[in-house]
Design a protein around this ligand. Structure first.
Ligand code: UDP
Length: 239
């Protein structure tokens, strides 16, 4: 029941890359189903879930620019990629009987709703999962910034950033096995130590508005549920 959960409303950020599974491009339906299961557990205990899905499995503006494309055009492609990922995520959630809405920062009549903050809050209150797609709608931003922005706008209790590792480390744990994991960090420590958790815009936004961020391993079954129940999983970033 709701009384046992620490959080009433969370904003979960999934990277596009997480949706690839073992592949190196596109979307793995098996991964979507697993994520839907994890998200369904939160909904089941009465936690309101806002979701932002990245697009890096399909397109990234910066990579397209490096290959010679105009940056803004590349960013537009990246934002459209998040719409495709969000459609796939909604499909998986609804197959698991979780009512889901998609709201896009870029109007796309006939495919998804246009973002409306008050409506999003109403839908969250009713228990629908709300996926915020097309990032912030602006080039030169990331979906991490979009997640923090929407989290602050809809008054989420916490931004939960899903990664492939157990939290924030002193160095990349994939490369340096003896890297130290942090249980807790302040926003300023993240900035001072130049820990590549999220881009600076996203961290500064959270710092300025006191939005806690928890970085955790989405590949660890049940980790998401543990977090909303108040257990110490991953790394908490706060003041
Ligand atoms: N993007 C953008 N503005 C936004 C959010 C995203 O222009 O507000 C573009 C940007 O090109 C980015 C791409 O969409 O590289 C995909 O998002 P991101 O790289 O954040 O996805 P993730 O790394 O989470 O998969």
């Amino acid at each position: 029941s709701l009384t046992q959960s620490k959080y009433r409303r969370v904003l979960l950020k999934l990277s596009g890359e997480a949706l690839m599974g073992d592949g190196n491009f596109g979307i793995d339906p098996k991964v979507l189903n697993r994520m839907a299961l994890e998200i369904g557990q939160l909904v089941g205990i009465g936690v309101q879930v806002g979701l932002v899905v990245g697009g890096g499995n399909l397109f990234r503006g910066a990579s397209l620019q490096a290959a010679g494309m105009d940056r803004v055009t590349g960013d537009h492609m990246g934002m459209l990629a998040t719409v495709m990922n969000s459609l796939a995520m909604r499909d998986a959630l609804e197959r698991s009987n979780i009512t889901t809405r998609i709201m896009s920062a870029i109007p796309m009549s006939g495919i998804v709703e246009h973002y409306d903050r008050r409506r999003a809050i109403r839908d969250l209150r009713e228990g629908d999962v709300v996926i915020f797609c097309a990032g912030t709608g602006n080039p030169f931003f990331t979906t991490d910034s979009a997640a923090c922005l929407r989290g602050i706008e809809v008054d989420a209790d916490c931004v939960l950033k899903a990664t492939k590792v157990d939290g924030v480390f002193s160095a990349d744990p994939m490369q340096y096995p003896d890297a130290k994991k942090y249980d807790r960090l302040t926003y300023d420590e993240v900035l001072d130590k130049k820990l590549g958790v999220m881009d600076l815009t996203a961290i500064c936004l959270c710092r300025d508005h006191g939005m806690p961020v928890r970085v955790f391993n989405m590949n660890k079954a049940g980790a998401l549920t543990k977090i909303v129940l108040g257990e110490d999983e991953g790394t908490l970033i706060e003041r």
